[in-house]
Design a protein around this ligand. Structure first.
Ligand code: 9MJ
Length: 785
């Protein structure tokens, strides 16, 4: 056996195996680009040695055998595959073959420059299916399979939302076989993987696998739950012809209710095809679904018939492929980067590879759980994917290509930047009165601002536009300031002098002056900006605003206990614990103190927000303690009976039984018999009181509010806030909001379109506010509208 023959056998075995994984198991082992390369290599070798071609060679068939689990469907007209063009030259070659292959009437051919009319469609990356309509009713759905025989997936295709079960209109041929692609949008794919991750199910490598895996489900309920879509691009068997052109056929199918591509266009000549290719290429990332190229088809069906087929490919169509989004490369090493919050993140260092036209040498690995999920080892061959503008990702390890000397990936014990300890983060969860701590996916360097990496990131964040907004301090300058030892905390920015800055690279006299001015100008931030600028883990702008608005002052925010913070909108115990830990940290407290000493003046500090005050009650607090079997109702009963936390903690079984069931009473006794629980409850109560809560029962709480005892009515439409928001605001001031006007109504807010309620209010001589007056009133009460 010579070398070529041996290579041919090896390639066939490999390609058969890859085919099986791709088509039957919907879990490809290698990227398409790799498959294509091996396939081409085999085809070229077979062209050199035609005597070696066998009928079972992967070059001799399309797709793969049907999965035996489904019954088989023989295609009356074979389902074709498409020839590929990767280079422009291959496209021109295709066009030349079309012109030459057409027996056009004399005079039509003008020096070979004949323009052929082509249709242009995006090449969807999904699963090719055939839909058979008889007398306008969907009777069968099938996969392509090997092109001759596919799988019967009739039940499953019926669950795809945009596949009509019955055609619209009339005039369809009695037998109409429609062909097209079932695919999944990018958003649908992301959603599906997120859900699968949550429920511990199988995740998919890309939208195409997700579509294929979803469609070829033995349980069609699963298919129905997946966000599949269909787009048709051709015909199979028909009992009567429809139109004279491909585009005519598709437009008719559309009229009958079948979805066709919105990007379908006609091109006059191959040059316009190229323009189409470039245009879609530019918009590729913005499309809602993934495409791997575009398809050009000779528009005239008469021409198509004349051109016919070569093996299993039509001579009248070609797929012009985009550069692949997935490639194979080698994982040279895994390095660890330290981020702003100290998170130590593994980063893949790769043997540089071109993916979709861009050289990729690094890819994010997210965290160590991801490394474990991928089963990644240094030295592995991996599949890299670069979709759109996102950072390249490692999708998969090609296990077969793992070298003997592959090494496992270990998280370093010391921070690679500052040498401090690296610790695994912990997740705190509370349920049924118990706090459980589990290991998080993130590892953190404990060095905080003593770690140069964290310090640099912290300062870059601190000065950023949405934080302290100090213009003129880019990343490079921050790195210099830190490396030169001029700045070792955000507070040091406020001690910088002209001499220190002007010597930095890239700074001149004017830019130094400007920077100093910008630093000076940043000294009066709002409380929310300041909190955001501190870079507390998990505290983004929204959370910072909630903290500032609800607690109204830095001191309160710094002192707030985690349990107290959980009273605020959208703050759970995990984030609350991060916030609390941040402000407990001695170093952070020092930096904050220095910032204030160095002239920072926080704006808009004020009182505790009435919304926050209204969101708490003793019963509410007790309900939040997570005492087993004691929910909000139990807590209400307990407070109604025993009135104060002290009495509840001290209560014996008999007292408790007055308000609760035996089970609940026992649970409350057991809960408070743990000293730590009682202490924590007392601390939370004390702090809520200290923050200005009107402690006691819910009723008393409302009594302290400005609109306590009043009933308001909203009518008509409001333009600057929804009725719900208006209602919330009124309730936060203690008012009851009613649906109808009576003599007991205190005030009516009437927007445009107000009807009978307004008439009645006027008859009764009640106070009526229009929207402007209402907003002015809210503002006066300290509520932003
Ligand atoms: C895809 N995948 O979008 C064809 N295709 O035509 C389009 N595939 C095709 N056409 C004949 N748009 C065979 C395959």
């Amino acid at each position: 056996m010579n070398a070529d023959e041996a290579r041919i056998l090896k390639l066939r075995a490999e390609l058969r195996d890859y085919n099986h994984y791709y088509h039957v198991l919907d879990a490809p082992k290698v990227p398409d680009a790799e498959y294509d390369r091996l396939f081409r290599e085999l085809r070229n070798l077979e062209e050199l040695h035609p005597e070696l071609v066998t009928s079972d060679s992967p070059t001799q068939r399309v797709g793969s055998a049907a999965l035996f689990a489904f019954s088989q469907v023989r295609h009356a007209v074979p389902m074709l595959s498409l020839g590929n063009a990767f280079e422009e030259s291959e496209l021109f070659e295709f066009n030349r073959r079309v012109i030459e292959g057409l027996d056009l009437p004399a005079g039509d051919l003008f020096g070979g420059g004949q323009s052929i009319e082509y249709t242009c469609e995006p090449k969807l990356d999904g699963l090719a299916v055939s839909l058979l309509y008889r007398d306008g009713l969907l009777v069968q759905g099938a996969t392509r399979g090997d092109g001759t025989t596919g799988e019967d997936i009739s039940v499953n295709v019926r669950t795809v939302r945009n596949i009509p079960l019955k055609l619209n209109g009339s005039g369809w041929p009695a037998v109409l076989e429609v062909r097209g692609e079932v695919f999944m949008s990018k958003a649908g794919f992301e959603r599906l993987n997120a859900t699968q991750m949550e429920v511990g199910g199988k995740t998919f490598a890309n939208p195409r696998n997700a579509a294929a895996g979803s469609l070829r489900q033995l349980d069609s309920k699963i298919t129905a739950s997946r966000p599949l879509e269909f787009c048709c691009y051709g015909l199979g068997q028909v009992s009567a012809n429809i139109a004279d052109t491909h585009i005519g056929n598709l437009e008719q199918l559309k009229a009958w209710g079948l979805p066709i591509s919105r990007e379908l266009k006609l091109a006059n000549g191959i040059d316009q095809c190229l323009e189409y290719y470039r245009d879609i290429g530019v918009r590729r990332n913005d499309l809602a679904y993934e495409i791997d190229g575009v398809v050009f088809k000779v528009n005239s069906l008469a021409y198509q018939r004349e051109l016919g087929f070569r093996a299993r490919e039509p001579r009248w169509a070609i797929a012009h492929k985009f550069p692949a989004m997935e490639e194979l490369t080698e994982l040279l090493d895994v390095e660890f980067q330290v981020g702003r919050t100290g998170a130590v993140t593994p980063v893949a260092r790769l043997k540089p590879v071109k993916v979709a036209g861009v050289t990729v040498a690094n890819a994010t690995l997210h965290n160590m759980d991801e490394v474990a999920r991928l089963g990644l080892m240094i030295g592995d061959t991996v599949i890299i994917r670069r979709a759109g503008d996102v950072i390249p990702q490692v999708m998969q390890v090609v296990l077969e290509r793992r070298p003997d000397n592959a090494r496992p990936v270990h998280i370093p014990e010391q921070c690679p930047v500052c040498g401090s300890q690296v610790e695994r983060t912990q997740l705190v969860k509370r349920s049924k009165g118990k706090e459980t701590v589990s290991e998080g996916a993130v590892y953190r360097c404990v060095g905080r601002l003593a770690c140069a990496a964290q310090l640099k990131q912290a300062i870059i964040h601190f000065v950023s536009r949405r934080a302290m907004d100090i213009e003129g301090l880019g990343e490079k300058s921050v790195e210099q300031l830190v490396d030169e030892g001029l700045v070792s905390s955000p507070a040091d920015l406020y001690t910088l002098g002209f001499e220190q800055i002007v010597d930095l690279e890239g700074f001149a006299e004017l830019s130094s002056k400007n920077l100093l001015e910008a630093i000076e100008d940043s000294k009066r931030p709002t409380l929310a900006r300041f909190i955001y600028a501190l870079g507390i883990p998990d505290v983004g702008e929204e959370t910072a605003k909630v903290l500032a608005r609800s607690l109204g002052g830095l001191e309160r925010i710094m002192a707030a206990l985690p349990q107290v913070l959980t009273y605020l909108p959208d703050i759970g115990l995990e984030v609350a614990s991060e916030i609390h830990a941040f402000f407990e940290d001695e170093h952070n407290r020092t930096v904050i103190a220095q910032l204030l000493e160095r002239g920072l003046q926080l704006q808009d500090q004020g009182e505790l927000h009435p919304e926050f005050a209204a969101s708490t009650s003793l019963a509410g607090m007790i309900a939040k303690l997570d005492i087993p079997s004691v929910g909000p109702t139990g807590a209400e009963k307990l407070v109604a009976r025993l009135e104060t936390l002290d009495k509840i903690i001290a209560a014996d079984g008999i007292d408790l039984r007055q308000a609760l069931t035996i089970k609940q009473a026992t649970a409350v006794r057991e809960f408070f018999s743990v000293a730590e629980n009682a202490e924590r409850a007392r601390a939370v109560e004390a702090q809520l009181r200290e923050f200005g809560m009107h402690w006691g029962s819910e009723k008393k709480l409302v009594e302290g509010l400005p609109l306590a005892g009043q009933t308001w009515v909203l009518t008509g439409s409001l333009e600057r806030m929804s009725r719900d928001v208006a209602k919330d605001k009124l309730e936060s001031l203690g008012a009851k909001v009613a649906g109808s006007v009576s003599a007991k109504t205190h005030c009516v807010v009437a927007g445009p379109g107000a009807g009978s309620k307004l008439t009645k209010a006027n008859e009764l001589g009640l106070e009526v506010l229009d929207e402007d007056a209402f907003i002015a009133f809210l503002n006066k009460q300290g509520i932003e509208a």
